[in-house]
Write a protein that binds this ligand. Structure first.
Ligand SMILES: Nc1ncnc2c1ncn2[C@@H]1O[C@H](COP(=O)(O)OP(=O)(O)OP(=O)(O)O)[C@@H](O)[C@H]1O
Length: 176
């Protein structure tokens, strides 16, 4: 099977980690859920590697990451060795799509979105950020996404419904 990279992008709080977590058990033998290195403590929806900022910069200097970025004052990275043969799913920054498209032929980018008021209520309910930080996230504006294979995914529905729709999409990509 050809290697495939499925990039998951979308604003903070849109439900990326929740969506990936919901399908993990079912797909763990068919899909590599790539864990990110993050310089903050992961919350309960995440399965990532937490490392100190100082360790992060050592890894970065030593070319450990295929892609790394800063978001909301934290560092995020994907190690080169964590991408495996077959299908890989990775939650990344929308600004880093090219890092993968330059290295892999079959890259699919799934843009997760919800309406502003849904995003607001999800961020408030999660309670990870302060009111001011939430307002900043809601007021961020986004440029047009440049991606080779861009797929839009509306995540405004219940977790159950979103999961079903996401599985449909995933099957299409895997069997494509
Ligand atoms: N379909 C859904 N229906 C209702 N609530 C949801 C849904 N999906 C996610 N949530 C809730 O919304 C909040 C944000 O979700 P999550 O942390 O998965 O977002 P994220 O996109 O991964 O954010 P970040 O990029 O900041 O890590 C969580 O509290 C989660 O429980």
């Amino acid at each position: 099977m050809d290697d495939k990279i499925i990039l998951i992008i979308g604003p903070s709080g849109v439900g990326k980690d929740t969506l990936l977590k919901s399908i993990k058990k079912e797909y763990k033998d068919r899909v590599n859920f790539v864990r990110r290195y993050i310089s903050r403590i992961p919350d309960k929806n995440e399965d990532n590697f937490f490392i100190e900022e100082s360790a992060f910069s050592i890894l970065q200097t030593n070319n450990f990451f295929i892609s790394s970025w800063q978001a909301h004052e934290n560092s995020y990275g994907i190690s080169k060795t964590s991408i495996k043969k077959g299908v890989n799913i990775i939650s990344i920054s929308r600004s880093k799509i090219k890092d993968f498209e330059e290295n892999y032929e079959k890259v699919f980018t799934v843009n997760i979105s919800v309406k502003r008021e849904v995003l607001k209520s999800r961020l408030e309910k999660r309670g990870r950020e302060t009111k001011v930080e939430i307002e900043k996230r809601l007021n961020r504006s986004y440029d047009k996404i440049e991606a080779r294979n861009l797929i839009e995914f509306d995540n405004s529905f219940s977790e159950e419904e979103s999961k079903k729709e996401f599985i449909k999409l995933l099957e299409k990509i895997i069997n494509n």
